[in-house]
Every structure is written in structure tokens, then in C-alpha cells.
Design a binder for this molecule. Structure first.
Ligand SMILES: NC(=O)c1ccc[n+]([C@@H]2O[C@H](COP(=O)([O-])OP(=O)(O)OC[C@H]3O[C@@H](n4cnc5c(N)ncnc54)[C@H](O)[C@@H]3O)[C@@H](O)[C@H]2O)c1
Length: 277
């Protein structure tokens, strides 16, 4: 398929997880994809899996100069930039109670999850304006919409990504640059286990993530695990002409989690049955 033939895309955090899924989908539609990530080993593996249309550029999105160098490199190498996916993110430390959180990772989480998106948007727009426009997609989270305890700074960063996306959209629209956000929920990657089980072995982290996912699915409208491909399809909508009149929006891709909590066999229904018995 060639819906993105002759288009040039950057995917930050594209070495693994959702970013890799997005890179794969964009490449499958004929785009030239540059993966920008701090993980070089995984980045080179990703590029090998994607084939000749993909390349890797080591980038720490927390560093504005590195984002500038990345975009300059892509403009020089490919002559243009059409698509920017600001996806790189970390969960930060989990502290179930606010009183236990010393906020020691505040600056790191904000630098990657928020500043990286803001500077990535600005740098991409600088080049996109020269080629008549483009599409920028910022990856937020359902944690940017729904409040919950635990990853305090992450929630703040991800909700700010949504507001920034709207602000950027109303400014960059005059340059024919569209900016939209996606809020993933319960997508099968390593971020959950890493954030919730920071002190555990990788095996134990995977085990914990598995149990957490089952719990989340029990509260989800759609009773299945979200996949990176589910996010990639939404990205494809935003970066093609299918969404040509859409900017400044937020699309949750979450199996219905943001809509509300679905009934499970236990919960309120179980209590009602118990009372009737
Ligand atoms: N998986 C989910 O359920 C879920 C839910 C909501 C939001 N998200 C968001 O989706 C995005 C991708 O998450 P994921 O689940 O694929 O995580 P992941 O940990 O599997 O992948 C994240 C990628 O980002 C890279 N990265 C981390 N810090 C970076 C930095 N400073 N500069 C450049 N690259 C960096 C990592 O090396 C990795 O390749 C994140 O922004 C995350 O917050 C994920």
C-alpha cells in the first residue's frame, strides 16, 4: 500500500513498543521513516526489521538541541518533513500515596513527556512550513484525561500534552500544519511493568503487568488487550488526508476506558445480587 508514498516521517521513541508499531505502519504505507530514540541497539534492530525505507538517529527528546539536530538532519537528508510523531515517553516512579512521593523524577518526566513533545512540535513545524504543511501527532495517555493516584507527575505531563496540542494547532493551522493527540490506554508494551514494578526482575515485571492488564480489561468496554497496531491505525488516520479537516483534537484509543467503567461479573452487580439473595 502506498498511502504515504513520498512522505517523510519522524517517530520519537520508535525503537520499541507503540513507537515501533507506528513506524512499522507508516513504512508499510510507503513513508520514509526516521526512528529517533535513546536506545540505539533496539533502534538498529527496528530499522533492520523495517527495511530500506527506515533509518535511526540517536535522540534524547529531553534535550532541545538534539531535537533540533534531528530535524535538521532529516531535512538535509530527505529534503522535507511531512509527519512528526512525538511518542517517546516514560512512566516515572510509582508512589501509590502522594505523601510518599519526593518528586525526585519530576524534571526528568516533564522533560521527556512534555518538553520533548513541545520542542518536537516546534522543531518539526519549522521545517514543515517550508514544504507547505504537515501533520503532527502527540502521544498523550488516558492518564492525561482520567485522574488516578500513583504516577503523579506522569498524569500532569500527559494532561499538559493535550492542552499544548490544542494551543499548537490554533497557531500552526495558518501554515497548513495539523496537530492532534492520541490517548492510548492499556496497550501491550513494557512501560506498565517497568513503571509499576520498578524494583522487580523483568520476569516479575511481566507477571505483574499481566495481572494488571486483566484487571483493567475487566473494567474496559472492549474485552481485549490493546495492541500497538490499534494506535498505529489511529495515527494513520491523522497523518493522511482522511483527517484533512481535523486539527487540535484528542482521540482516546483505549477500548472504552475513558468513556467509563464497564460492568464486571463482580462489582456493583455482584453486590446487588448478594443483597437480593
Ligand atoms: N502502553 C500503554 O498502555 C500506554 C498508555 C498510555 C500512554 N502511553 C504512551 O505511549 C508512548 C509510548 O509508550 P510505550 O508503551 O510504547 O513505552 P515503551 O517503554 O515500550 O517505549 C518507549 C520508547 O521511548 C524511548 N524513550 C524513552 N525515553 C526517551 C528519550 N528521552 N528520548 C528518546 N526516546 C526515549 C524508549 O527507548 C522506548 O523505545 C509514551 O509516551 C507513553 O506514555 C502508553
Amino acid at each position: 500500500m502506498t498511502e504515504l508514498a513520498n512522505k517523510v516521517a519522524i517517530v520519537t521513541g520508535g525503537s520499541a513498543g507503540i513507537g515501533f508499531g507506528i513506524a512499522q505502519r507508516l513504512a508499510s504505507e510507503g513513508a520514509r521513516v526516521v526512528i529517533a530514540d535513546i536506545n540505539e541497539a533496539a533502534g538498529h534492530q527496528a530499522v533492520a526489521a523495517l527495511g530500506a525505507n527506515a533509518s535511526f538517529w540517536r535522540t534524547d527528546v529531553a534535550d532541545q538541541q538534539q531535537l533540533r539536530d534531528l530535524v535538521d538532519h532529516v531535512a538535509a537528508d530527505c529534503g522535507r518533513l511531512d509527519i512528526m510523531i512525538n511518542n517517546a515517553g516514560i512512566g516515572g516512579a510509582n508512589h501509590p500515596r502522594l505523601l510518599d512521593d519526593d518528586l525526585s523524577d519530576f524534571h526528568q518526566v516533564m522533560a521527556i513527556d512534555l518538553l520533548g513533545v513541545m520542542a518536537g512540535t516546534r522543531e518539526a513545524a519549522r521545517v514543515m512550513q517550508e514544504n507547505g504543511g504537515g501533520s503532527i501527532v502527540n502521544i498523550s495517555s488516558i492518564g492525561g484525561i482520567n485522574a488516578s493516584a500513583g504516577n503523579w507527575t506522569y498524569h500532569v505531563a500527559k494532561s499538559s500534552v493535550i492542552m499544548f496540542t490544542k494551543c499548537a494547532a490554533i497557531d500552526l493551522g495558518a501554515m497548513n500544519i495539523r496537530v492532534n493527540a492520541i490517548a492510548p490506554g492499556n496497550i501491550e508494551t513494557e512501560i506498565l511493568g517497568r513503571s509499576m514494578g520498578a524494583n522487580l526482575s523483568p520476569e516479575k515485571q511481566a507477571e505483574l503487568a499481566g495481572s494488571l492488564r486483566q484487571f483493567i480489561i475487566s473494567r474496559q468496554a472492549l474485552k481485549r488487550q490493546g495492541k500497538v497496531e490499534d494506535i498505529a491505525e489511529a495515527v494513520l488516520f491523522f497523518v493522511t488526508d482522511r483527517s484533512r479537516y481535523v486539527t487540535g483534537t484528542l482521540l482516546p484509543v483505549d477500548g472504552g476506558l475513558v468513556a467509563g467503567t464497564a460492568r464486571s461479573s463482580g462489582g456493583v452487580e455482584g453486590l446487588r445480587k448478594q443483597a437480593q439473595a
